[in-house]
Write a protein that binds this ligand. Sequence first.
Ligand code: TYD
Ligand code: MG
Length: 455
Amino acid sequence: MAKAKASYSCSACGSVFNKWSGRCDGCGEWNTISEDTGISAGPSKATLGNSKGKSVHLTDLSTEETPPPRSLSGLAELDRVLGGGLVPASAILVGGDPGIGKSTLLLQAAAQFARQGLKTIYVSGEEASAQVRMRAQRLELTDAPVQLAAETNLRDILTTLDQEKPQLAIIDSIQTMWSDNVGSAPGSVSQVRAAAHELVSFAKRKNIAIIIVGHVTKDGQIAGPRVVEHMVDTVLYFEGERGHQFRVLRAVKNRFGAADEIGVFEMTGRGLSEVTNPSALFLSERGQPAPGSVVFAGIEGTRPVLVELQALVAPSPHAQPRRAVVGWDSSRLAMILAVLEARCGIPFTGLDVYLNVAGGMKINEPAADLAVAAALLSAREDASIPAETVVFGEISLSGALRPVSQTENRLKEAQKLGFTSAIAPKGGKSPTVPGMALNQIGDLTQFVGDIFGAG
Ligand code: TYD
Ligand code: MG
């Protein structure tokens, strides 16, 4: 047999190369390329199109099959993020920083599913069984009929799953799994990819739902190739800031439900507890109205969530002023600063700008633009926005404000939490919510004039 040609792939974007280089041509990342070992390059050209393959069974789109029932864990925050419970034979990837609480979450989920009657196996490749049992004891889960294994050899794990035929298997984590089909070390790109592929195809074939844990790297990618994300049905990220107790489970891809859905948990001494009213939690540490503080009425998945944005603007001692952002996109901040300068004549040159989303929440919605602008202006002008006002709206490069979706839900949530007025863009639907005064504004210049009384 001819020697397999070496191939190299990028752990950040999954591009494949036939020689190593320090920088990936696909995504521009440094030091992400490593050798794939032992993976066949697929059939040679000579075998394609000849009679060696067998023809696959084709069907039409109509179906008599009813969708299989989903299993609910009873953890409402988890069930919602999954799109309404666990789909049988689905493959789910749960990513997150080391130490954020993935193992805790999944042990609790395993116990819940097992208590609901699902045959559940939890395989830990990171901790010894005794350690997992101790954790279960602390979380008061020892009564749950979960079966536990501490193993990293994928072949042994698959053989066991095949014999035991569970309905749910949890693999913690993919970086510790080791497939003997691949020569490289556990955690390497080719191992992670091969192990994930074996697990996912096994799960589909044997009708087992499988949850795979994956650690993410510093810059937020699931270590190992992006292709793992493509293989699974659902990708969930478990996020949070160290030093804050709460954690957000976020769906970034879901073949069986809405992406962008979030579930909020609080890390306590006895594991994760569900937070049913996240807005109240995110606003709980809010003090008196202060310059730079603005409440943004956002939507996360199907739920409205209120969060506090905090900005600080101060003269900079540096030639190049600082722009520091926590919980929001820094290039989006640069855009808002540029629009404020170009369209409203409010420069931030020579000023350091800090922006923080309180409580460690991450916001991705463009609807936060106006709230960010309000926080920046309020910090710069040293003028507070009234405490009972929420702000939302997208800002375009021209300085015009664009209406955003679900205005009514945002207003209702704000009203529930005791807010009495909202600043929002003109246009779109303008629902009336009793007890909420809606101040609709057309562009950023008008906003600056109306709210801060100056240009
Ligand atoms: P863990 O689930 O081990 O994280 P991961 O699997 O993502 O690496 O969680 C570890 C952290 O959670 C650890 O710092 C301690 C904390 N923790 C609690 O605060 N309370 C608890 O009940 C448990 C089990 C963990
Ligand atoms: Mg863990």
